[in-house]
Design a protein around this ligand. Sequence first.
Ligand SMILES: Nc1ncnc2c1ncn2[C@@H]1O[C@H](COP(=O)(O)OP(=O)(O)OP(=O)(O)O)[C@@H](O)[C@H]1O
Length: 218
Amino acid sequence: MIRLEDVDKVVVEPNGLRRDLFRSLNFSLSPAHSSVAILGRSGSGKSTLLKILAGLDTRYQGKYFFEGEPLLKNGATMARYRRENIGIVTQSYHLLSDRNVVQNVLLGFSGKKSIARAKECLALVQLEKFEKKSITQLSGGEAQRVAIARALVKNPRVILADEPTGALDEETENHILSVFSRLESEGHTLIVTTHNERVAGWCQSRLMLSDKKLVPQE
Ligand SMILES: Nc1ncnc2c1ncn2[C@@H]1O[C@H](COP(=O)(O)OP(=O)(O)OP(=O)(O)O)[C@@H](O)[C@H]1O
C-alpha cells in the first residue's frame, strides 16, 4: 500500500554540520499489514520518518509510492494525499486549548454530518461524554484519545502515531491499545513509533531504525 524506495535524508546539526539520517532506506507496507511498530534509539529518526510518511517532510531523496503509484513530492500533491488517506497523532497532541473536545476533533469542519462523525470518533475512543469538556481539563490519556479521535475524523486508511503511549500509565496504555485493536478491526492501518515494548509487541510487525535503515525485527 505504502512504499518508500531508496530514501536519503540529511539533517543539519545545531553546529552547522550535515549528517546523514537515512541512507537508501526502504519501507514497504502491504495491505495485509494492519499495524507496524517503528523502533530505534532516541535521535535515530523515528519522528522524521513518520513526517515523511505523512507527506509533511518532502526534503529527501527517494521515491514515495501509494498503491503502486509514485507520488510527486510537491506541497499540493502531498497535502491532498494526506487529506485523503492519512490521520496523524503527533507526540504533543497539538490540541487547541481555547476549543472544547468536539471542536478539536472537528478540525474546523462544521455541519451536521461532520459533527455526527466527530461524535462517532469520540465514541470509538470511549469519550462520548467528553464532547463539551475543555481541553485544559483532560488527563494525559484523555488528551491522547482526543488526538486519536481527531486523526480518525476523515476516516483515513492509514493512521500514523508518534509515541502514542509516551507519558501514560499502564492502565491508560491498555486503553489506547484496545482503541488501536478496534481501529484495526475496522480496517485502518496503524504505523506507530514507540520505545515501549508492550506497544511494539502488540503490533503485527516491527521495524528497527538502525544504521540509517529499517531492519525487520522478530
Ligand atoms: N528539521 C530538522 N533540522 C535539523 N535537524 C533535525 C530536524 N529534524 C530532526 N532533526 C534531527 O534529526 C535527528 C532525528 O530526529 P527525530 O526526532 O526524527 O528522532 P527520533 O528517533 O524520533 O527521536 P526521539 O526518540 O528522541 O523522539 C535528531 O538528531 C534531530 O536533532
